[in-house]
Design a binder for this molecule. Structure first.
Ligand SMILES: Nc1ncnc2c1ncn2[C@@H]1O[C@H](COP(=O)(O)OP(=O)(O)OP(=O)(O)O)[C@@H](O)[C@H]1O
Ligand SMILES: [Mg+2]
Length: 347
Protein backbone atom coordinates (compact mmCIF):
# COMPACT_ATOMS: atom_id res chain seq x y z
CA UNK A 1 0.00 0.00 0.00
CA UNK A 2 2.91 2.33 0.76
CA UNK A 3 6.34 1.83 -0.75
CA UNK A 4 9.29 4.15 -0.57
CA UNK A 5 12.41 3.36 -2.46
CA UNK A 6 15.75 5.04 -1.88
CA UNK A 7 13.90 7.94 -0.29
CA UNK A 8 16.30 10.75 0.54
CA UNK A 9 15.66 14.19 1.99
CA UNK A 10 18.36 16.79 2.37
CA UNK A 11 17.35 20.10 3.93
CA UNK A 12 19.38 23.09 2.86
CA UNK A 13 19.21 26.20 4.93
CA UNK A 14 21.69 29.05 5.14
CA UNK A 15 24.43 27.08 3.42
CA UNK A 16 24.08 24.10 5.78
CA UNK A 17 22.88 20.70 4.71
CA UNK A 18 21.04 18.22 6.89
CA UNK A 19 20.38 14.73 5.58
CA UNK A 20 17.12 13.83 7.30
CA UNK A 21 16.39 10.74 5.17
CA UNK A 22 19.20 8.66 3.81
CA UNK A 23 17.85 6.06 1.38
CA UNK A 24 14.73 4.78 3.10
CA UNK A 25 13.08 1.63 1.71
CA UNK A 26 9.76 1.11 3.43
CA UNK A 27 7.01 -1.39 2.62
CA UNK A 28 3.65 -1.12 4.31
CA UNK A 29 1.13 -3.80 3.38
CA UNK A 30 -2.54 -3.12 2.81
CA UNK A 31 -4.60 -3.29 5.99
CA UNK A 32 -1.77 -3.27 8.48
CA UNK A 33 -0.90 -0.91 11.29
CA UNK A 34 2.76 -0.05 10.83
CA UNK A 35 4.75 1.80 13.44
CA UNK A 36 7.93 3.77 12.82
CA UNK A 37 9.87 4.43 15.97
CA UNK A 38 13.08 6.31 16.59
CA UNK A 39 14.70 9.00 18.67
CA UNK A 40 14.22 12.70 18.22
CA UNK A 41 15.85 13.83 14.99
CA UNK A 42 15.89 10.33 13.48
CA UNK A 43 13.85 11.56 10.50
CA UNK A 44 10.40 10.20 11.37
CA UNK A 45 8.44 13.37 10.59
CA UNK A 46 10.49 13.93 7.45
CA UNK A 47 9.55 10.44 6.32
CA UNK A 48 5.84 10.97 6.82
CA UNK A 49 5.94 14.43 5.24
CA UNK A 50 7.74 13.03 2.21
CA UNK A 51 5.23 10.19 1.91
CA UNK A 52 2.34 12.59 1.43
CA UNK A 53 4.53 15.02 -0.49
CA UNK A 54 4.05 17.81 2.05
CA UNK A 55 7.82 17.85 1.68
CA UNK A 56 9.45 17.21 -1.68
CA UNK A 57 11.93 14.31 -1.49
CA UNK A 58 15.44 15.09 -2.69
CA UNK A 59 15.53 11.73 -4.44
CA UNK A 60 13.82 8.35 -4.42
CA UNK A 61 10.21 7.40 -5.02
CA UNK A 62 6.99 7.20 -3.02
CA UNK A 63 4.18 4.94 -4.17
CA UNK A 64 0.82 4.93 -2.39
CA UNK A 65 -1.93 2.52 -3.48
CA UNK A 66 -0.04 1.80 -6.67
CA UNK A 67 0.35 5.45 -7.64
CA UNK A 68 3.82 6.98 -7.92
CA UNK A 69 3.35 10.30 -6.13
CA UNK A 70 6.88 11.49 -6.77
CA UNK A 71 6.23 11.21 -10.52
CA UNK A 72 3.19 13.49 -10.13
CA UNK A 73 4.91 16.12 -8.02
CA UNK A 74 5.83 19.23 -9.97
CA UNK A 75 4.87 18.06 -13.47
CA UNK A 76 2.54 20.80 -14.60
CA UNK A 77 -1.07 21.69 -13.71
CA UNK A 78 -2.64 18.38 -14.76
CA UNK A 79 -0.27 16.27 -12.69
CA UNK A 80 -0.76 18.82 -9.91
CA UNK A 81 -4.48 18.11 -9.92
CA UNK A 82 -3.83 14.37 -9.86
CA UNK A 83 -1.43 14.82 -6.98
CA UNK A 84 -4.04 16.77 -5.01
CA UNK A 85 -6.56 14.02 -5.66
CA UNK A 86 -4.10 11.33 -4.65
CA UNK A 87 -3.31 13.29 -1.50
CA UNK A 88 -6.96 13.56 -0.55
CA UNK A 89 -6.94 9.77 -0.32
CA UNK A 90 -4.19 9.94 2.30
CA UNK A 91 -5.52 10.99 5.71
CA UNK A 92 -3.16 12.83 8.03
CA UNK A 93 -3.40 13.10 11.83
CA UNK A 94 -1.21 15.56 13.72
CA UNK A 95 0.23 15.73 17.22
CA UNK A 96 -1.35 19.13 17.94
CA UNK A 97 -4.61 18.36 16.11
CA UNK A 98 -4.40 21.45 13.83
CA UNK A 99 -8.09 22.29 14.21
CA UNK A 100 -9.46 25.67 13.19
CA UNK A 101 -10.62 27.36 16.39
CA UNK A 102 -13.21 29.60 14.71
CA UNK A 103 -15.03 26.65 13.16
CA UNK A 104 -17.35 24.18 14.83
CA UNK A 105 -16.36 20.55 15.12
CA UNK A 106 -18.60 19.66 12.19
CA UNK A 107 -17.19 22.45 10.03
CA UNK A 108 -13.67 21.29 10.80
CA UNK A 109 -14.53 17.82 9.56
CA UNK A 110 -16.21 19.29 6.47
CA UNK A 111 -13.17 21.34 5.50
CA UNK A 112 -11.45 18.75 3.26
CA UNK A 113 -14.80 18.12 1.56
CA UNK A 114 -15.19 21.83 0.83
CA UNK A 115 -11.78 21.78 -0.79
CA UNK A 116 -12.89 18.79 -2.88
CA UNK A 117 -15.95 20.84 -3.95
CA UNK A 118 -18.63 18.61 -2.43
CA UNK A 119 -22.17 19.94 -1.95
CA UNK A 120 -23.34 21.26 1.42
CA UNK A 121 -25.75 18.39 1.95
CA UNK A 122 -23.13 15.75 1.13
CA UNK A 123 -20.58 17.42 3.39
CA UNK A 124 -22.95 17.57 6.28
CA UNK A 125 -24.06 13.94 5.88
CA UNK A 126 -20.46 12.73 5.69
CA UNK A 127 -19.25 14.83 8.63
CA UNK A 128 -22.05 13.65 10.91
CA UNK A 129 -21.44 10.05 9.90
CA UNK A 130 -17.73 10.39 10.72
CA UNK A 131 -18.35 12.14 14.02
CA UNK A 132 -20.61 9.26 14.94
CA UNK A 133 -17.87 6.81 13.96
CA UNK A 134 -15.34 8.48 16.28
CA UNK A 135 -17.85 8.74 19.12
CA UNK A 136 -18.51 12.49 18.96
CA UNK A 137 -21.98 12.66 17.46
CA UNK A 138 -23.11 15.01 20.22
CA UNK A 139 -20.27 17.52 19.72
CA UNK A 140 -20.97 18.55 16.12
CA UNK A 141 -21.90 22.14 17.09
CA UNK A 142 -19.19 22.58 19.73
CA UNK A 143 -15.98 24.56 19.14
CA UNK A 144 -12.51 23.02 19.55
CA UNK A 145 -11.84 25.08 22.70
CA UNK A 146 -14.73 23.29 24.39
CA UNK A 147 -13.19 19.84 23.86
CA UNK A 148 -10.67 17.76 25.76
CA UNK A 149 -7.41 16.75 24.08
CA UNK A 150 -8.71 13.28 23.30
CA UNK A 151 -11.90 14.70 21.81
CA UNK A 152 -9.88 17.12 19.68
CA UNK A 153 -7.84 14.23 18.35
CA UNK A 154 -11.05 12.36 17.52
CA UNK A 155 -12.12 15.37 15.47
CA UNK A 156 -8.69 15.34 13.81
CA UNK A 157 -9.19 11.68 12.94
CA UNK A 158 -12.73 12.27 11.61
CA UNK A 159 -11.37 15.08 9.43
CA UNK A 160 -8.58 12.82 8.17
CA UNK A 161 -11.20 10.28 7.10
CA UNK A 162 -13.37 12.76 5.19
CA UNK A 163 -11.86 11.98 1.79
CA UNK A 164 -12.38 8.21 2.28
CA UNK A 165 -8.65 7.56 2.43
CA UNK A 166 -7.14 4.13 2.06
CA UNK A 167 -4.19 5.23 4.13
CA UNK A 168 -3.95 7.12 7.39
CA UNK A 169 -0.67 8.74 8.37
CA UNK A 170 -0.21 9.76 11.96
CA UNK A 171 2.68 11.79 13.33
CA UNK A 172 2.80 11.42 17.12
CA UNK A 173 -1.00 11.55 17.33
CA UNK A 174 -0.99 10.59 20.98
CA UNK A 175 2.11 12.24 22.37
CA UNK A 176 0.19 15.29 23.62
CA UNK A 177 -2.28 13.06 25.48
CA UNK A 178 -2.32 11.39 28.90
CA UNK A 179 -1.90 7.59 29.07
CA UNK A 180 -5.62 6.82 29.46
CA UNK A 181 -6.61 9.03 26.51
CA UNK A 182 -3.69 7.61 24.52
CA UNK A 183 -5.11 4.14 24.99
CA UNK A 184 -8.56 5.16 23.80
CA UNK A 185 -7.19 6.93 20.70
CA UNK A 186 -5.01 3.93 19.86
CA UNK A 187 -8.04 1.69 20.27
CA UNK A 188 -9.98 3.95 17.91
CA UNK A 189 -7.20 3.73 15.29
CA UNK A 190 -7.19 -0.05 15.67
CA UNK A 191 -11.00 -0.20 15.27
CA UNK A 192 -10.90 1.99 12.16
CA UNK A 193 -8.13 -0.18 10.76
CA UNK A 194 -10.30 -3.26 11.22
CA UNK A 195 -13.70 -1.81 10.29
CA UNK A 196 -12.62 0.17 7.25
CA UNK A 197 -9.63 -1.92 6.19
CA UNK A 198 -7.63 1.27 6.62
CA UNK A 199 -3.85 1.02 6.36
CA UNK A 200 -2.26 3.01 9.18
CA UNK A 201 1.31 4.28 9.24
CA UNK A 202 2.10 5.83 12.57
CA UNK A 203 5.14 7.59 13.86
CA UNK A 204 5.97 7.47 17.51
CA UNK A 205 8.82 7.58 19.95
CA UNK A 206 6.92 5.44 22.46
CA UNK A 207 7.51 1.71 22.40
CA UNK A 208 4.17 1.15 24.14
CA UNK A 209 2.33 2.54 21.14
CA UNK A 210 4.02 0.04 18.86
CA UNK A 211 3.41 -2.71 21.33
CA UNK A 212 -0.29 -2.08 21.71
CA UNK A 213 -1.46 -1.72 18.12
CA UNK A 214 1.20 -2.36 15.47
CA UNK A 215 1.35 -5.40 13.19
CA UNK A 216 4.74 -4.31 11.87
CA UNK A 217 7.38 -1.86 12.91
CA UNK A 218 10.55 -0.18 11.76
CA UNK A 219 13.31 1.40 13.80
CA UNK A 220 14.82 4.61 12.41
CA UNK A 221 18.20 6.02 13.27
CA UNK A 222 19.98 8.93 11.56
CA UNK A 223 17.69 8.92 8.54
CA UNK A 224 17.88 5.19 7.94
CA UNK A 225 15.71 2.21 8.72
CA UNK A 226 17.91 -0.07 10.76
CA UNK A 227 15.38 -2.82 11.46
CA UNK A 228 11.92 -3.65 10.14
CA UNK A 229 9.42 -6.46 9.91
CA UNK A 230 6.24 -7.83 11.36
CA UNK A 231 6.18 -8.01 15.13
CA UNK A 232 6.46 -11.79 14.85
CA UNK A 233 9.50 -11.54 12.57
CA UNK A 234 11.18 -9.01 14.81
CA UNK A 235 10.67 -11.15 17.90
CA UNK A 236 12.14 -14.08 16.00
CA UNK A 237 15.24 -12.12 14.99
CA UNK A 238 18.20 -12.83 17.25
CA UNK A 239 19.72 -9.64 18.57
CA UNK A 240 16.85 -7.44 17.35
CA UNK A 241 16.90 -4.13 19.19
CA UNK A 242 13.20 -3.61 18.56
CA UNK A 243 12.33 -7.06 19.86
CA UNK A 244 14.33 -6.44 23.02
CA UNK A 245 12.58 -3.11 23.55
CA UNK A 246 9.12 -4.46 22.70
CA UNK A 247 9.55 -7.30 25.06
CA UNK A 248 12.29 -6.83 27.59
CA UNK A 249 13.25 -9.62 29.92
CA UNK A 250 15.60 -8.94 32.75
CA UNK A 251 17.84 -11.15 34.79
CA UNK A 252 21.52 -10.98 35.67
CA UNK A 253 23.47 -12.34 32.72
CA UNK A 254 26.94 -11.56 34.06
CA UNK A 255 27.85 -14.92 35.60
CA UNK A 256 31.13 -16.39 34.42
CA UNK A 257 31.33 -19.99 33.32
CA UNK A 258 27.61 -19.95 32.71
CA UNK A 259 25.60 -19.73 29.54
CA UNK A 260 22.67 -17.35 29.66
CA UNK A 261 19.96 -17.75 27.04
CA UNK A 262 16.79 -15.85 26.22
CA UNK A 263 14.16 -18.29 25.06
CA UNK A 264 11.28 -16.81 23.09
CA UNK A 265 8.11 -18.56 22.03
CA UNK A 266 5.00 -17.38 20.24
CA UNK A 267 1.41 -18.52 20.35
CA UNK A 268 0.54 -21.85 21.90
CA UNK A 269 4.06 -23.13 22.52
CA UNK A 270 5.12 -23.36 26.13
CA UNK A 271 8.67 -23.42 27.41
CA UNK A 272 8.14 -25.09 30.76
CA UNK A 273 7.91 -28.76 29.57
CA UNK A 274 10.76 -28.20 27.11
CA UNK A 275 13.01 -26.78 29.82
CA UNK A 276 12.37 -29.71 32.17
CA UNK A 277 12.89 -32.12 29.28
CA UNK A 278 16.20 -30.42 28.54
CA UNK A 279 17.22 -30.69 32.14
CA UNK A 280 16.37 -34.42 32.26
CA UNK A 281 17.88 -35.31 28.87
CA UNK A 282 21.26 -33.70 29.53
CA UNK A 283 21.20 -34.02 33.28
CA UNK A 284 21.91 -30.34 33.88
CA UNK A 285 20.54 -27.86 36.39
CA UNK A 286 18.82 -24.96 34.76
CA UNK A 287 18.05 -21.75 36.61
CA UNK A 288 15.31 -19.42 35.49
CA UNK A 289 16.56 -15.83 35.86
CA UNK A 290 13.48 -14.06 34.58
CA UNK A 291 10.32 -14.69 32.60
CA UNK A 292 7.42 -12.79 31.14
CA UNK A 293 4.35 -13.36 29.01
CA UNK A 294 2.84 -10.50 27.11
CA UNK A 295 0.72 -9.54 24.12
CA UNK A 296 2.71 -7.71 21.48
CA UNK A 297 0.86 -6.43 18.44
CA UNK A 298 -1.89 -8.97 19.12
CA UNK A 299 0.58 -11.86 19.40
CA UNK A 300 0.95 -13.91 22.57
CA UNK A 301 4.63 -14.00 23.32
CA UNK A 302 6.59 -15.54 26.12
CA UNK A 303 10.21 -14.99 26.97
CA UNK A 304 12.36 -16.67 29.56
CA UNK A 305 15.95 -16.02 30.55
CA UNK A 306 17.67 -19.20 31.67
CA UNK A 307 21.13 -20.09 32.84
CA UNK A 308 22.97 -23.31 32.00
CA UNK A 309 26.14 -24.43 33.75
CA UNK A 310 29.28 -24.19 31.63
CA UNK A 311 30.39 -21.93 28.84
CA UNK A 312 28.67 -21.66 25.49
CA UNK A 313 31.05 -24.17 23.85
CA UNK A 314 29.94 -26.75 26.39
CA UNK A 315 26.27 -26.12 25.64
CA UNK A 316 26.11 -26.32 21.88
CA UNK A 317 24.12 -29.56 22.01
CA UNK A 318 21.48 -28.43 24.55
CA UNK A 319 21.07 -25.14 22.66
CA UNK A 320 20.59 -27.14 19.46
CA UNK A 321 17.98 -29.22 21.27
CA UNK A 322 16.02 -26.07 22.22
CA UNK A 323 16.17 -24.75 18.68
CA UNK A 324 14.90 -28.08 17.37
CA UNK A 325 11.83 -27.63 19.57
CA UNK A 326 11.04 -24.52 17.55
CA UNK A 327 12.07 -22.10 20.28
CA UNK A 328 14.01 -19.00 19.44
CA UNK A 329 17.25 -18.76 21.36
CA UNK A 330 19.33 -15.66 21.93
CA UNK A 331 22.66 -16.19 23.61
CA UNK A 332 22.95 -13.33 26.06
CA UNK A 333 26.40 -13.60 27.56
CA UNK A 334 29.41 -13.95 25.35
CA UNK A 335 32.36 -15.07 27.42
CA UNK A 336 36.03 -14.60 26.52
CA UNK A 337 36.63 -16.42 23.24
CA UNK A 338 32.91 -16.57 22.76
CA UNK A 339 31.62 -13.73 20.58
CA UNK A 340 32.30 -15.23 17.14
CA UNK A 341 30.98 -18.59 18.21
CA UNK A 342 27.97 -17.11 19.90
CA UNK A 343 27.08 -15.13 16.81
CA UNK A 344 27.35 -18.21 14.68
CA UNK A 345 25.23 -20.19 17.07
CA UNK A 346 22.59 -17.51 17.19
CA UNK A 347 22.02 -17.62 13.47
N1 LIG B 1 12.57 22.20 7.58
C1 LIG B 1 13.76 21.78 8.00
N2 LIG B 1 14.88 22.46 7.69
C2 LIG B 1 16.10 22.02 8.09
N3 LIG B 1 16.30 20.91 8.82
C3 LIG B 1 15.24 20.18 9.15
C4 LIG B 1 13.90 20.57 8.78
N4 LIG B 1 13.02 19.65 9.27
C5 LIG B 1 13.78 18.73 9.92
N5 LIG B 1 15.08 19.04 9.85
C6 LIG B 1 16.19 18.24 10.41
O1 LIG B 1 16.10 16.92 9.90
C7 LIG B 1 16.39 15.96 10.91
C8 LIG B 1 15.20 15.01 11.08
O2 LIG B 1 14.10 15.76 11.60
P1 LIG B 1 12.65 15.12 11.83
O3 LIG B 1 11.75 16.22 12.22
O4 LIG B 1 12.27 14.33 10.63
O5 LIG B 1 12.94 14.14 13.06
P2 LIG B 1 11.92 13.33 13.98
O6 LIG B 1 12.40 11.92 14.00
O7 LIG B 1 10.53 13.58 13.55
O8 LIG B 1 12.19 13.97 15.42
P3 LIG B 1 11.14 14.22 16.64
O9 LIG B 1 10.96 12.90 17.32
O10 LIG B 1 11.87 15.21 17.50
O11 LIG B 1 9.87 14.76 16.07
C9 LIG B 1 16.74 16.74 12.15
O12 LIG B 1 18.14 16.87 12.21
C10 LIG B 1 16.10 18.10 11.91
O13 LIG B 1 16.81 19.11 12.56
MG1 LIG C 1 8.86 14.44 14.45
Amino acid sequence: MITTSGLTKVYRSRGREVTALDGVDLHVREGEVYGVIGQSGAGKSSLIRCINLLERPTSGTVTVAGQDLTALAGRGPRAGRELRQARSRIGMVFQHFNLLSTRTVQDNVELPLEILGRSGRERSRKALELLDLVGLADKAKAYPAQLSGGQKQRVGIARALAGDPKVLLSDEATSALDPETTRSILQLLRDLNRQLGLTVLLITHEMDVVKSICDSAALMDSGRIVESGTVGELLATPGSELAAALFPVTGDASAEDRTVLDVTFQGEAATQPVISQLSRTYNIDISILGAAIDTVGGLQVGRMRIELPGRYEDNVVPVGFLREQGLQIDVVNANEDGPELVKEGAR
